[in-house]
Design a protein around this ligand. Structure first.
Ligand code: T46
Length: 137
């Protein structure tokens, strides 16, 4: 997986009644969760994201259905197919992301390290590359 992105497997606590996954700050998730949002009802031909974050850390979990999650750290890119709820995609560096190929039942739950702040978004790919170079100096 490219630098700045990691897949984290969650433990499934299962018994005859079914399954349960628990996520705690600094245990399954390496930050304090300050916000949760979810993405659903997305059309299959839609591309979401197309931005990077300066500081925000996030854990993306595909609760149902599937989608493709493209991550790009400015040097390398990778398309990760998300299709299960016992793995999370942890993004902890400025990473350009684009989500596509949503199944009609896709629900993406995102745990975030901070509250919603439009100042943390970079919407231009060129700006993202310049920002990456400046923080890597
Ligand atoms: C990310 C990817 C994976 C809010 O009001 N509060 C929020 O916390 C968020 C995340 C969004 N919004 C509003 C802003 C827009 O009017 O919801 C609308 C859709 O947000 P956006 O266009 O940013 O959605 P995506 O799917 O392109 O991106 C989102 C997150 O914004 C982003 O942080 O990493 O999901």
């Amino acid at each position: 997986m490219i630098e700045g992105v990691q897949k984290i497997k969650f433990e499934i606590h299962g018994d005859h009644r079914g399954s349960l996954i628990a996520i705690e700050n600094f245990k399954e998730i390496p930050f304090v969760v300050k916000r949760l949002y979810y993405i659903f009802n997305t059309s299959e031909n839609v591309v979401r994201g197309k931005h990077a974050h300066k500081k925000l850390q996030q854990m993306v979990i595909c609760m149902s259905g599937s989608c493709d999650f493209m991550v790009d750290n400015g040097d390398e890119k990778e398309v990760i197919h998300l299709d299960n709820n016992h793995e999370g995609l942890y993004i902890n560096k400025p990473i350009w992301r684009e989500m596509s190929k949503f199944s009609s039942d896709c629900v993406l739950v995102v745990l975030a390290s901070d509250i919603y702040d439009t100042e943390d978004y970079i919407y231009s790919y060129d700006e993202f590359v310049t920002y990456k170079r400046s923080v890597n100096k």
